[in-house]
Design a protein. Structure first.
Length: 282
């Protein structure tokens, strides 16, 4: 399938390479649209255990179409966690743009108001996708573009490279194709939080539109509520709640990472940012 119809919801598929077909879960608000939309990228453990389920429901309830991308299933992977990872975050950039291209064909979606949002490794993919040199590659100059990018606790440190005696922002990220909003926990790994601060400072001096929100007392994975674990696993597998598989060790966020206050603040902040960034069509 190369185009979507007004009736299309649920699982959709899009080809990212001759050998790889990736799926996503499309959800639409009630009404005729056209709706703004958010493409959602999971952490390395995929859709079975992540905050995507709760965020998706919240966003759809507020009038956004969403596509939660499953980068693992089409590659016959159950996880991308581990060292070395079987699926590097940058390898998932084509998934994001393939999802955008397909979503832009839906009659109920406004192709000029689509945002890319991701968590952890998915957040790193978001940052990689935001670079102008990357964004302009897929589909040519007239292809759909993301209106903005939102990364929740990404690994900002991977975007620095050694140049002589100092560390500099990777050349692929020095110019951004659209505004970027970062959300990190204050008590995440100190190097990671500081790297995000340094990344934002460096890129803003180059004229890019970035904002960093740091949540006091929060760690990485602060929005991974244990209460959503069974729900997320059920939605990802299609299994009844009582028969959904238990999360693997790699899927279990530390109990102390969940922070209800930071989660509520992040939800409110992201919703405000979406409203501001998508206020008018280009």
């Amino acid at each position: 399938r190369t185009r979507l119809t007004a009736c299309d919801t649920g699982t959709v598929q899009f080809r990212v390479s001759p050998a790889v077909v990736v799926s996503g879960f499309l959800a639409l608000p009630h009404g005729t649209g056209p709706f703004p939309a958010v493409v959602l990228l999971a952490a390395c453990d995929g859709l079975a255990y992540s905050p995507i389920s709760a965020w998706r429901a919240r966003l759809v309830g507020r009038g956004y179409a969403t596509v939660a991308v499953d980068s693992l299933g089409g590659r016959r992977l159950t996880t991308a966690c581990g060292t070395p990872s079987p699926l590097w975050f940058a390898e998932q950039v084509p998934d994001a743009y393939a999802a955008l291209n397909l979503l832009a064909t839906h009659p109920k979606v406004d192709p000029a108001r689509v945002v890319l949002m991701g968590w952890a490794e998915g957040g790193s993919t978001v940052l990689q996708a935001a670079g102008t040199s990357v964004a302009m590659a897929p589909g040519g100059p007239h292809a759909p573009r993301f209106r903005a990018f939102i990364a929740v606790y990404p690994a900002c440190g991977v975007f620095f490279e050694r140049r002589g005696p100092s560390w500099e922002v990777a050349s692929s990220l020095t110019k951004l194709s659209a505004p970027v909003r970062l959300h990190v926990g204050e008590q995440a790994d100190v190097g990671s939080t500081n790297s995000c601060r340094a990344l934002v400072e460096s890129l803003r001096t180059r004229g890019n539109d970035l904002e960093l929100t740091v949540y006091p007392g929060a760690r990485e994975g602060f929005d991974r509520s244990p209460a959503n674990r069974i729900r997320a696993a059920t939605e990802a597998t299609g299994s009844p709640a009582g028969s959904a598989p238990a999360p693997s060790a790699s899927q279990k966020a530390p109990a102390s990472s969940w922070n209800a206050e930071a989660t509520a603040a992040a939800q409110a902040n992201v919703e405000r940012q979406l409203e501001e960034l998508l206020r008018t069509s280009r």
